[in-house]
Structure formats: structure tokens, C-alpha cells
Design a protein around this ligand. Structure first.
Ligand code: AR6
Length: 201
């Protein structure tokens, strides 16, 4: 119908306009890949963990399998982690240097603002931990967008916005922030959203 067409046009227009304050200056610090995060030879990978930090399914399971038993032994010493926060460990058999374990929210569609605040905390605390440990390249898995049910595009916007805000203040402290996607829905979310937050020159 005409009214649907109109809505689609408006949506399209909104999606091609960079967000307020977006500048090209961070563009070369941002990367998007699709694949298995456990194969990346970066300084830190960010695991989508749960509060126990003792492993699970999804990317958490893949990271623990690839790292080996010693990772779980170290995690056991950490005493868990709150939702929206992060803890760091060694990477053992993984090719990266460190693993940052962050606990995303189980998506709450009655109180989406609570989920958003927690997801922001995940990205912010992971970036802070990386800087504290002198880690320059960090790869994020799509925290909460799998088993925890956070809608892909909403999660992607939170990820981009939190990283942009962090780089605005700490640009020289990180060389590369890599968003790692796995499923096609998340590839699409990042393809459409990254240019709005990190426009090219
Ligand atoms: N490399 C990169 N991304 C991956 C991989 C991989 N090898 N495997 C899955 N993904 P999920 P959550 C993507 O479910 O939603 C665990 O049991 C996946 O497509 O792993 O935060 C934990 O212990 C999705 O985009 O994490 C928790 O209990 C993203 O990783 C719970 O799941 C995150 O999906 C956390 O749920």
C-alpha cells in the first residue's frame, strides 16, 4: 500500500544519515568480519559468557573448547561476574593474548532499557579492561544476540554507539576494534549500521 511505501522510504532515509557527531576519524580503527572468533590472532577476544563464567554453549562453548581446560580452571578462581560487567583471563591454547569475559543481559522485552544499559556496560567495561591491560586490538562477539535473544539490529546499534563514545575519548589507546559476526542477520545489521557511526572519508 501507499502508506507502507511511505514508511519504508522514511526508514531508508533515516538509515543513510550518519548519527549526530559521527566523523570519519575512527573509520580506520573499525573492522567487521564474519567467522569464528577463536581463530583470531588479536590482543583480546570478548566472550559472551554467563554469570558463572564457567562456560556454556554458543561462542562461550567454542572459546572454552579451543582454549583448553586451563581456561575453566582460571575462570573458577574469578567467582563469577555481574551482568553488564567483564573479567579478563589468559587465552591458553587460543591464538589471541587474552580473553575478556563479559556477561550480556538476557533480553527483557518488557524493560528493553534495562537490557540496553547492561549491554552498554558489557562493551564499555570490556574496552576499559583492554586499555588497562595495554591491549591494542580487541574483537567482540555479538554479545547477547544468540541464546540471550537480544534483537540483532538493536544490539548492533548499542555496540556501535558504545564503541564510538569510547573512541571519542580514548582514540589513541586502541588500534583496532573488530566486530565479529557469525550469522547472516548480524552481518546485515553491521553492514547497514557501521557507516552511520563510523563513516568513511
Ligand atoms: N565465533 C563468533 N561468533 C559466534 C561463534 C563463534 N565461534 N559461535 C556463536 N557465535 P551466544 P549470548 C555468535 O548464544 O546470546 C552461552 O551458553 C552467535 O551467532 O554465544 O550472549 C553462555 O554461557 C551470536 O551472534 O551468546 C551464556 O549462557 C553471538 O555469538 C549464553 O550462551 C552470541 O551468541 C550467552 O548468550
Amino acid at each position: 500500500s501507499l502508506s507502507l511505501l511511505y514508511k519504508l522510504k522514511k526508514l531508508d532515509k533515516a538509515q543513510t544519515t550518519p548519527v549526530a557527531g559521527a566523523t570519519p576519524k575512527h573509520n580506520d580503527r573499525i573492522a567487521l568480519i564474519r567467522g569464528d572468533i577463536t581463530t583470531l590472532r588479536v590482543d583480546a577476544i570478548v566472550n559472551a559468557a554467563n554469570k558463572s563464567l564457567l562456560g556454556g554453549g554458543g561462542v562461550d562453548g567454542a572459546i572454552h573448547r579451543a582454549a583448553g581446560r586451563a581456561l575453566k580452571d582460571e575462570c573458577r578462581e574469578l567467582g563469577g561476574c555481574e551482568t553488564g560487567n567483564s573479567k579478563i583471563t589468559d587465552a591458553y591454547n587460543l591464538p589471541c593474548k587474552k580473553v575478556i569475559h563479559t556477561v550480556g543481559p538476557i533480553y527483557d522485552d518488557v524493560h528493553p532499557e534495562r537490557s540496553e544499559a547492561a549491554l552498554r556496560g558489557c562493551y564499555r567495561s570490556s574496552l576499559e579492561l583492554a586499555v588497562e591491560h595495554g591491549l591494542k586490538t580487541i574483537a567482540f562477539s555479538g554479545i547477547s544476540t544468540g541464546i540471550y535473544g537480544y534483537p540483532s539490529l538493536d544490539a548492533c546499534r548499542v555496540a556501535c554507539d558504545t564503541v564510538k563514545t569510547f573512541l571519542d575519548k580514548n582514540e589513541e589507546k586502541l588500534d583496532k576494534v573488530i566486530f565479529v559476526t557469525f550469522e547472516v542477520k548480524d552481518v546485515r545489521s553491521y553492514d547497514s549500521t557501521l557507516p552511520l557511526y563510523f563513516p568513511p572519508d
